[in-house]
Design a protein around this ligand. Structure first.
Ligand code: NAD
Length: 391
């Protein structure tokens, strides 16, 4: 299969994760990195032998040899960068959230369709093998009709008022922080696994730190800033630390989830539990190789990842034999593999009987998450239920 020439914009946390995962697909070569932080981009490029570094992404888009672009910059920059990349005829893989409003998401979906290029929003967490096992069990009818979908996504890296990141600001992150950043991953996974759409929402948000100590120099995401309190400016915060949502998924399904960036000890606990009329299934990102299966009239069980034991539709998401973990980094590899297959092979969308789906979250799915997010913000502002439009 021919290898695709690709570029990455952004050289922070995601820039590195994408670079490593693209290499693991064996399907593409990263030939350029553009970043505002040129020193970080040069370091990354040097480590991985990427030939070209620039501070202007426009120069990279002008290169006709580059077919696709990964956008790994702060949320508020996604729209313009993705729009420019689509305008240059590139296939675009954009980090989540796709933009900071449904207007942006709608415009990007429209442009991608108009240009006829491949487009993907990076909801990679769907690609844990045991998440796909849960989905395949639901598709096979093993859970029966879905009654309840619930869970949470909890982190602790913004617990103290000395914790700071661009996500805290509306200018760089958008009006929502916690729900946009991690709640969107939870909703994408819940809809994907349950095979249902969230149709109405009631949300309550909280900002525990109304003022944070913004360091005068900021670091990469998740970097601990030692001594931040010595050189800071007190900055008012308008983005939520926590959100609680109850929702409907049409009839009869009901659900709830919380998202938090201030839960001590929870590093990246995405937890999803689905209760069907025949059985339940639960998965946690803290123990990704395990799937809990709950029964009413039989003993419960814990299934450990082993492709030989998985549903046929989920096996293609596990590359390693049982007992060998496939973690966060591998979810990107699985997603990017499918994205590049769709670029090289025009017929990659077709799914033969018994074959794993080659699909991945598109800009339409990104727009969908923005519609959920907008409904959550509206619900909180109005203190009541809000419908989620089908987009
Ligand atoms: N899928 C996931 O699991 C996941 C995880 C973390 C972050 N993200 C998303 O990835 C995106 C980036 O987050 P991050 O944690 O990597 O942030 P980060 O702060 O670590 O890195 C951002 C990078 O963008 C660069 N940048 C900023 N403005 C730029 C510009 N105008 N031109 C070029 N480069 C520019 C910065 O220099 C930095 O290298 C966000 O949208 C975030 O929501 C996704």
């Amino acid at each position: 299969m021919r290898r695709v020439k690709t570029a990455i914009v952004g050289s922070g946390f995601m820039g590195r994760v994408h670079l490593e995962a693209i290499r693991r697909t064996g399907a593409a070569d990263v030939v350029a990195i553009a970043s505002r932080n040129r020193a970080a981009a040069e370091k990354l490029a040097g480590e991985f032998g990427v030939p070209r570094v620039g501070s202007e992404y426009g120069n990279i888009l002008a290169d006709p040899a580059i077919e696709s672009v990964h956008i790994c910059t702060p949320n508020a920059q996604h729209f313009q960068m993705a729009k420019d990349a689509l305008g240059a005829g590139k296939h675009v893989l954009c980090e989540k959230p796709l933009g900071i409003s449904t207007d942006e998401g709608r415009e990007l979906s429209r442009l991608a369709r108009e240009r006829g290029v491949r487009n993907c929003v990076c909801h990679n967490l769907r690609y844990y093998p045991m998440v796909q096992q849960m989905r395949a069990m639901r598709e096979a009818g093993e859970l029966g009709e879905i009654l309840i979908v619930e869970g949470n996504y909890a982190q602790d890296w913004l617990l103290y008022d000395t914790d700071w990141n661009w996500r805290v600001t509306t200018e760089a992150g958008g009006a929502s922080r916690c729900l946009a950043d991690i709640g969107s991953h939870w909703c994408d996974m819940a809809e994907h696994v349950a095979g249902l759409r969230i149709t109405a929402i009631c949300t309550d948000l909280q900002i525990f730190h109304r003022t944070r100590k913004q360091p005068r120099t900021t670091g990469e995401t998740f970097a601990k800033i030692a001594g931040a309190a010595q050189d800071f400016r007190a900055t008012e915060v308008q983005t939520e630390d926590f959100g609680a949502t109850i929702f409907q998924m049409g009839e009869p399904t009901r659900g709830s989830f919380t998202a938090s960036q201030v839960s001590a000890g929870r590093k990246n606990r995405l937890y999803l539990e689905i209760h069907g009329i025949r059985a339940s299934a639960a998965w946690s990102q803290e123990r990704p190789d395990e799937l809990w299966i709950g029964k009413r009239d039989m003993p419960n069980g814990v299934m450990v990842k082993d492709p030989a034991l998985m549903e046929p539709g989920a096996r293609a998401y596990a590359d390693l034999p049982g007992g060998h973990s496939e973690g966060y980094g591998s979810t990107f590899k699985q997603l990017f593999r499918r994205f590049y297959a769709s670029i090289v092979n025009e017929k990659a969308d077709e799914r033969a009987a018994g074959e794993a789906a080659m699909e991945y979250p598109s800009f339409d799915d990104g727009l969908r998450q923005l519609a959920i997010l907008e409904a959550e913000l509206k619900s909180h502002a109005q203190r009541g239920w809000v419908g989620v439009p089908a987009v």
